[in-house]
Design a protein around this ligand. Structure first.
Ligand SMILES: [Zn+2]
Length: 257
């Protein structure tokens, strides 16, 4: 049974989100906004990083009217057919009338509630600039006198994110300008170097990332795709709860990658 609390019209909620996150102005490789249409009024929102089956199952248990995620469906280049696990996920959403709301790059980019803004905040980084394609990358400094080297910074990141990062390069490098970009942004290394960073962190790592880091003379920290992208979607859900009085629960489906 659904408990009575404040609800907002789906149309109004989607309009607010699309405007707040400037979806029309941002180029992306998936549709942003409402990806799967559910009930017309929303009072309970569940958020999470990825619209996996496990997250959908939890949203059903919690009687969610909307599932708010960073990683949805319909990625450019993927098979468009709704078969297999994609069919199972979408079927469950439709059966339970759950709206699927997806904000990918617009959520990475948002200056306050975005993944990179929130990641910087959690790590104690003071932002000083942006770099790279669509200014996805952030630059800043760590204001913490106890952390002087790249290795100490890696330990600090591990503590704050609950996941030990993989460090490529010299752990004794003195801390200078730090670049960061959540998720799979390891290919921004050269842009980070050009922008003046001596340490760059992102979520994932590829084989070539190690060579690129070494040959660019930068320290690279692979901190986990999931671990670096837990925070924006939570902040977005909290903003909706604050603004519209809807109920919001963030569900962390653990992912070591
Ligand atoms: Zn991502």
């Amino acid at each position: 049974m659904k408990t009575e609390n404040i609800s907002i019209e789906r149309k109004a909620l989607v309009q607010f989100l699309d405007e707040e996150l400037k979806t029309a102005m941002i180029q992306d490789y998936c549709p942003n906004g409402l990806q799967v249409e559910g009930t017309s009024h929303i009072s309970t929102i569940v958020s999470g990083v990825t619209a996996s089956q496990a997250l959908i199952d939890r949203a059903v248990e919690l009687n969610a009217d909307a599932l708010l995620v960073h990683h949805g469906y319909f990625w450019r280049g993927e098979n468009a057919a709704i078969t297999g696990l994609k069919r199972n996920r979408i079927k469950k959403l439709l059966t339970h009338d759950i709206n699927l709301l997806v904000y990918h790059l617009p959520l990475d980019l948002h200056p306050v509630i975005g993944n990179n803004a929130q990641l910087g905040k959690i790590l104690g980084l003071t932002p000083s600039g942006r770099f790279g394609n669509q200014e996805l990358g952030w630059l800043g400094m760590l204001e913490n006198p106890d952390i002087e080297t790249a290795g100490q910074f890696a330990d600090h990141v591990g503590k704050m994110l609950g996941r030990k990062p993989l460090l490529v390069g010299d752990p004794f490098l003195q801390l200078g300008t730090i670049g960061w970009c959540s998720g799979a942004a390891q290919d921004l290394i050269a842009d980070a170097v050009s922008a003046g960073a001596t340490i760059y962190l992102s979520g994932e790592i590829s084989e070539q990332t190690v060579h690129e880091a070494r040959e660019n003379g930068i320290v690279y920290l692979a901190c986990g795709h999931h671990a670096t992208e837990r925070y924006g979607i939570q902040a977005l859900g909290n903003l909706l709860a604050e603004k519209f009085g809807v109920r919001h629960t963030f569900i962390d489906i653990d992912n070591p990658a």
